[in-house]
Design a protein around this ligand. Structure first.
Ligand SMILES: Nc1nc2c(c(=O)[nH]1)N[C@H]1C(S)=C(S)[C@@H](COP(=O)(O)OP(=O)(O)OC[C@H]3O[C@@H](n4cnc5c(N)ncnc54)[C@H](O)[C@@H]3O)O[C@H]1N2
Ligand code: MOO
Length: 405
């Protein structure tokens, strides 16, 4: 049995999760762009072409030489050609001449300015410029967005639609991304019944499976739900070992505190390895983190709101770390719209509802139903409110960190 830290501060738990994840980063795989959305990039992307690739028009209108425009704002130019987007005709504009042009079409040689169609009148092959554009107006210059050799994306960045689009615009058809961890999800307890079946006295419906599967899917994973574990140590051991031989992460909910049927910490101590057990957070204190077979093992406490809080904090850190996500998630702060008395020492993740006031300031309304079994309060809320480790009174308007979910 290994020695492990217990009742640790959240920050210590975070650093253990991060260092374990850093040591077990998943390999990369090449994916075509349509399949790379939401993944973490495992390579830098350096552009071999400038963006835009050539000088082109930002408007539908006429390409001209600004020097030809008279100061009175009404100049007649001779229309000598037309340049549409898609094929460069190598047109050349001489003095007093102009060319029809559409948005995105290459600028003809000699032209330096575009006038919008709406500011002209056409009469045969004469174009009258009624309102003179400024010099260089409506021309998008080659390379003004990115230059050849620019590092436009970096390893560790999550691939948002904008980043995938940027990769496409420099001509990349595939990207090297971190493999996603495979995740096996277990619920535990003889009291659990699946929704849709009749409920006998003493039983409750299994809500944690949907909660956890949903949280993992929202983070881009494709978790696999296993049958619920009975309160039987031999069955628990054989099912968890099976999963731990095949998956990168095994997540259980329940059976990690001090009850007679809480078999999982003992199993991990004797058959695997414990990195920590119990974190000074609320909800979620009995959280267990370790290893079994080839898998990393997260034993979340069974109370539904504890599942929410432990996944959104340390669970997500593990998933991010295994994929080498280097870009920190943005942090958000809000003002409390009601006072709160924090009566205990643990770091609290209270549930609350976010709302932006008309002055642009984000407010959060704490939900008074703070028991870790109160799923209704979690469902009525959309953020965890982070209250640091100390007994404290929070006044209305006090600034707190929030984790939207
Ligand atoms: N003597 C002690 N008792 C408890 C402690 C402690 O330190 N000493 N910790 C308390 C805290 S805090 C929590 S959180 C819970 C965690 O308990 P477990 O992780 O062992 O979870 P269970 O006992 O199996 O279940 C707790 C609670 O959650 C319900 N549950 C479990 N699974 C589901 C599910 N899939 N869907 C819906 N609800 C579920 C279960 O019925 C229990 O009510 O322990 C405290 N006790
Ligand atoms: O830590 Mo437990 O999650 O408060 O109920």
């Amino acid at each position: 049995m290994n020695e492990f830290p217990t009742r640790i501060a959240f920050e210590q738990a975070r650093s253990i999760v991060e260092s374990v994840a850093a040591g077990r980063q998943l390999p990369s795989e090449g994916l075509a762009l349509p399949r790379a959305h939401g993944r973490v990039l495992a390579q830098d992307a350096i552009t071999a072409i400038p963006l835009p690739p050539f000088d082109n028009s930002a408007m539908d209108g006429y390409a001209l030489r600004h020097a030809d425009l008279g100061s009175d704002g009404d100049t007649a130019l001779r229309l000598v050609g037309e340049q549409f987007a898609g094929l460069s005709l190598d047109l050349r504009i001489g003095p007093g001449q102009c060319s029809r042009i559409t948005t995105g079409a290459p600028m003809p040689q000699g032209a330096d300015t575009v006038v919008m169609k709406e500011n002209t009148r056409i009469d045969g092959d004469t174009v009258r410029v009624l309102i003179a554009p400024k010099p260089g107006a409506h021309v998008r210059r080659a390379g003004e967005d990115t230059k050849i050799g620019d590092r436009v994306l970096q390893a560790g960045q999550p691939l948002t639609p904008s980043r995938i689009a940027l990769a496409a615009s420099i001509g990349m058809a595939a990207l090297e991304v971190a493999q996603r961890p495979t995740v096996a999800v277990f619920t535990t307890g003889d009291e659990l019944v699946e929704p849709g079946l009749p409920l006998r006295p003493g039983q409750i419906y299994n809500s944690n499976r949907e909660l956890l599967m949903g949280l993992l899917r929202a983070d881009g994973l494709e978790p696999t739900a296993w049958p619920t574990l009975p309160d039987d140590p031999a069955r628990i051991e054989s099912m968890l070992r099976d999963a731990a031989q095949a998956f990168d992460i095994v997540i259980t909910c329940g059976a990690v505190s001090a009850g007679e049927k809480d078999f999982i910490p003992t199993l991990l101590q004797s058959q695997g390895r414990v990195h920590f057990w119990k974190v000074r957070m609320r909800p979620g204190m009995p959280l267990l983190f370790g290893e079994l077979e080839r898998a990393l093992f997260l034993g979340l406490p069974g109370n539904p709101v504890s599942v929410l809080a432990t996944y959104l904090t340390l669970g997500r850190m593990l998933v991010d770390g295994l994929q080498g996500r280097g870009e920190p998630r943005p942090r958000f702060f809000a003002r409390l719209s009601a006072p709160w008395h924090k009566a205990h020492e643990r770091l609290e993740f209270l549930r609350g509802r976010l709302q932006s006031a008309s002055d642009g300031i984000l407010h959060v309304q704490p939900n008074p139903a703070d028991g870790s079994h109160r799923m209704r309060a979690a469902a009525d809320s959309d953020a965890l409110i982070v209250l640091p480790e100390r007994v404290a009174d929070y006044a209305v308007g006090g600034v707190v960190e929030v984790l939207p979910y």
